[in-house]
Structure formats: structure tokens, C-alpha cells
Design a protein around this ligand. Structure first.
Ligand code: AMP
Ligand code: MG
Length: 348
């Protein structure tokens, strides 16, 4: 099992890559370099301009591999797997990476009142969406798994080194809704350490837009039309130095008796979040926050989700509903978002 099973190679947001700048001298011109790899169960695409670009990209990909090894649920060796194996038994020493991601996960759980919950694992395992073998679980099975979901029961310590106790037997931590966001932050940190001040890192639709374009104008990040084939965007968000992360029920799902069951589970019901939303994109500085918040806001639904986003400084969002309406948070209203697909409209 890997941390996140979004379909490989299909980005939920994509970028209009124009590094070029009208006023730049041609002698200084450097071609953008693109590195691609498959990690965290998704296609990673890094695009930067630097004479050392191949070396820097390889460094970033190594770091992402390291994060994956610690956080994947698909290997018994990962820190998260070891943590889960000791649920109800004992506290497990973890790296500062895992300690930080879990601490931030619990923080976002508190903000979203448990709509995002990193202990969602028993339900994710039960539904097994994306495996190709998924069926609708029994109501009793769902109730049992749901009773184990409780971020408040995690004991995250840092007294004599970072450690975590998953307090109840059967509980399962799943960082699938946050790990790619953290990987994006780490990728960005490495770029900045190497003096690369602009570029794009796309982790299967979790986009880190670093700095601005060469001419100082914002990056343009396309937002996937949830009702159209992958690669079709419904609008463009203009960002400088921001993470742009989309959660959508269209990303992984199965259909049974005409009903669609997707991979974002509502901890309150134990069923895939069932509201009017078909996607939520969060725009904020840190990838880790954008990732967990987009999952959480999707579960919260339009009204509660937007209320939360508008209450947070430096966090913006685009909500899309199944009746093709688009709702944007206050801070995007000054031309930071452009709706380009005529099938969609803003709600009056
Ligand atoms: P994302 O694509 O970032 O919205 O994350 C979805 C993934 O996060 C799923 O594949 C699960 O592994 C996990 N997940 C599903 N529902 C939740 C939830 N309510 N809170 C936290 N993680 C979740
Ligand atoms: Mg997420």
C-alpha cells in the first residue's frame, strides 16, 4: 500500500509553464528543466531553471522517497506501519518528519472538528476504494471501524525524542490526505537551499508554485474540471509562492447500483462524504496545510468548509458543486481566480 493512491499521471491541477520573460536578455536564457518520477503513488513533475537542475531534482526525489518510506501504509517497515502494529500496546519512536506531520495532522483535525482525521485508517481499509475489489461494507462493519476513528486519542510526545502512541487496539493512522503536501514543502525547502527561487513542483495535482515567474507575474495554475476528462481545466488560479491542492471525489471511486463511492470518507458517518461538493482546491503557503485542509473542507461541505476557510488568515479556496457552481473564498475575489469553462458559473 502506498500513502496516496490517486491515479498515476493524472494531475488534478496543472500549470501553464511559461518561464520566459519578455524583458530578459537572450544571453542569459536558460531552458526549463523537467524531472519526472513516480513516488507517493503519483507522478511527480519538477520544473526549474538552474545550471545544476538535474542534481537538485535528484536530491528532491531522494528526499521524497525518504518521506514515502516513513509514511507509507503499503510496507510493514514504514514508521506508520510500525506505529499501527503497536496500537493499544506501546509507544513507538518516530523520526522528526513523522512527528511533525502527525502533529500538524492533529492540528488540522482540531480546526476541521475531525472532518480531516489521520486515524481514518480503519474506514479506508474497510472501503478499500481504488483496489479494484471494493464493495459496500456492511453497516455493522462501518460502525465498528468508525468507532476507532479518533484523532484525540493519539499521544504525540517529544520528551525524550519524538514518539507516538496509538492508544486503542485496531486504530490505524493513514497519512494519505497529508503526506504529499509535506513532501511538497520539503521539495520547496531543498530548492530554496540551492538558491532556486522559482519553479513548479507537481505531486499528482498537489502543486507547489515557488516564487513567481521570471517577469514577476504570478504562476497560473489550472484547476481540473471534475466532470471532464483529466487535463481539462475549469479555471485558473493566479498564485505567487503558494501551494495549490485539490481534493475531489472524482479522483478515486467505484460505482455500485448506480451510486458512486469515492475515497474521501466522512469520519462522522463512516461513508464517503456525501454533500454537494465535487472538488475543493485550497491555496495557502504550506503544502501540508493545503493538503489536509482540502480533504477536511471536502468533508465539511460547502457552507461549513467555506466558513472555515474564510476564518483562516492566508488560506483561500475554490469549491465546486455538482450543479456546476463555483464558490471562491473572499481573498480570491480580486481577480486571483478566473473561471474559464462556460459550463460552470458563480453562484449568485
Ligand atoms: P486527498 O486526496 O488529499 O483528499 O486525500 C484522500 C486520502 O486521504 C484517502 O485516499 C485516504 O487515504 C485519506 N482520507 C480519506 N478520508 C479522510 C479524512 N476524512 N481525513 C483524513 N484522511 C482521509
Ligand atoms: Mg489532502
Amino acid at each position: 500500500m502506498v500513502v496516496n493512491r490517486k491515479l498515476a499521471g493524472w494531475a488534478t491541477a496543472f500549470i501553464f509553464l511559461a518561464f520566459s520573460c519578455a524583458g530578459c536578455s537572450t544571453t542569459e536564457k536558460q531552458e526549463p528543466y523537467t524531472a519526472r518520477d513516480f513516488k507517493l503513488d503519483t507522478e511527480i513533475i519538477i520544473t526549474i531553471e538552474d545550471s545544476q537542475a538535474p542534481k537538485i531534482c535528484s536530491h528532491i526525489l531522494q528526499r521524497i522517497t525518504q518521506i514515502e518510506k516513513k509514511m507509507t501504509l503499503f510496507s510493514n517497515d514504514s514508521e506508520i506501519a510500525r506505529l499501527n502494529a503497536q496500537a493499544g500496546l506501546k509507544s513507538v519512536e518516530v523520526s522528526t518528519d513523522t512527528h511533525y506531520v502527525l502533529s500538524r495532522a492533529v492540528f488540522i483535525s482540531t480546526l476541521t472538528q475531525g472532518a480531516y482525521d489521520p486515524t481514518i485508517g480503519p474506514l479506508v481499509k474497510l472501503w478499500d476504494i481504488g483496489s479494484g475489489l471494493a464493495t459496500v461494507p456492511s453497516a455493522t462493519g462501518i460502525q465498528k471501524a468508525k468507532a476507532l476513528v479518533d484523532y484525540k486519542s493519539l499521544q504525540i510526545n517529544n520528551d525524550s525524542g519524538p514518539s507516538v502512541l496509538v492508544t486503542r487496539p485496531g486504530q490505524v493512522v493513514d497519512l494519505g490526505g497529508i503526506a504529499k503536501g509535506y513532501a511538497g514543502d520539503e521539495a520547496k525547502r531543498i530548492l530554496l537551499e540551492h538558491g532556486v527561487l522559482r519553479g513548479i513542483i507537481n505531486l499528482g495535482g498537489n502543486v507547489m508554485a515557488i516564487g513567481s515567474k521570471k517577469d514577476g507575474s504570478p504562476w497560473r495554475v489550472g484547476i481540473q474540471n471534475p466532470l471532464a476528462p483529466r487535463g481539462t481545466y475549469l479555471g485558473i488560479v493566479y498564485v505567487t509562492d503558494k501551494a495549490v491542492v485539490t481534493s475531489g471525489g472524482y479522483e478515486r471511486y467505484f460505482i455500485k447500483d448506480g451510486r458512486r463511492y469515492h475515497h474521501i470518507i466522512d469520519p462522522a458517518t463512516g461513508y464517503p462524504a456525501d454533500n454537494s461538493l465535487i472538488s475543493v482546491t485550497v491555496v495557502t503557503k504550506m503544502g501540508i496545510d493545503a493538503d489536509a485542509l482540502s480533504t477536511g473542507a471536502y468533508v465539511l461541505g460547502l457552507t461549513e468548509g467555506m466558513k472555515l476557510i474564510d476564518s483562516l488568515d492566508g488560506v483561500e479556496a475554490i469549491f465546486v458543486t455538482n450543479d456546476k457552481k463555483v464558490y471562491i473564498s473572499q481573498g480570491l475575489k480580486n481577480n486571483y481566480f478566473q473561471l474559464t469553462d462556460e459550463d460552470f458559473s458563480y453562484d449568485e
